[in-house]
Design a protein around this ligand. Structure first.
Ligand SMILES: Cc1cc2nc3c(=O)[nH]c(=O)nc-3n(C[C@H](O)[C@H](O)[C@H](O)COP(=O)(O)O)c2cc1C
Length: 189
């Protein structure tokens, strides 16, 4: 086998390790869930979900993000009017950011996004539904700050409800692989 053939074979056939199919099934089955059963979520699971957020990458490892776990019904009630997705949820995780730069630029939005995605996948892996609620949080930032006692230097950035799903949303239309992907150049098959 020539060097070029060996390289070709390696590109197409060699894997770093056997794929963790459970991981890919979590990625592929996660949906935004906006209706929940009443069952409370145990704190061990909520902490696992937050731990997944903490584990996410961040620019310069600055980790300019904080988490508020909400699981008391009277505090949850204060969040419900923000979004349909929070209306029936037994618990939520509120993600806060400190909008500061690093020596290589500002990455706090990306850092928050990476944490939120990790949390949504962790929630799905544990059998819970969640939903990235960010657009609807923006007009409620000040009241949320008040309710949750958030310090002035931090922003209330996004929230995910957490609970057992009471709906099974269909997969939203997603881009076709071949339409958005190219090998070694734009649009190349
Ligand atoms: C940055 C961002 C902001 C979002 N804001 C909201 C929101 O305010 N309210 C909401 O119900 N869903 C919100 N979503 C969820 C999207 O509507 C949802 O992810 C999208 O429709 C795809 O559906 P899927 O998550 O089931 O794949 C947001 C998602 C992202 C990434």
């Amino acid at each position: 086998m020539s060097a070029a053939e060996a390289r070709e074979e390696a590109i197409h056939n060699r894997t770093a390790q056997e794929p963790d199919m459970e991981f890919f099934s979590v990625i592929n089955s996660r949906r935004s869930v906006r209706k929940f059963k009443d069952d409370p979520v145990n704190r061990g699971d909520l902490e696992k979900i937050v731990a997944a957020g903490i584990e996410a990458p961040s620019g310069c490892n600055a980790q300019l993000r904080w988490y508020i776990i909400v699981d008391l019904p009277d505090v949850m009630d204060r969040l419900r009017s923000i979004s349909n997705a929070l209306r029936s949820a037994p618990a939520a995780i509120v993600l806060l950011v400190e909008p500061q730069g690093t020596k290589f630029g500002e990455f706090w939005i990306q850092d928050a996004s990476a944490a939120m995605e990790n949390m949504l996948l962790a929630a799905a892996a544990l059998g819970y539904g969640g939903c990235w609620v960010e657009g609807e949080v923006r007009p409620h930032e000040d009241p949320l700050r008040e309710v949750l006692g958030v310090p002035d230097n931090l922003r209330v950035w996004s929230v995910t409800p957490i609970g057992l799903p009471a709906e099974s949303p269909a997969r939203k239309p997603k881009s076709e692989f071949a339409e958005v992907t190219g090998y070694n150049g734009f649009g190349k098959g």
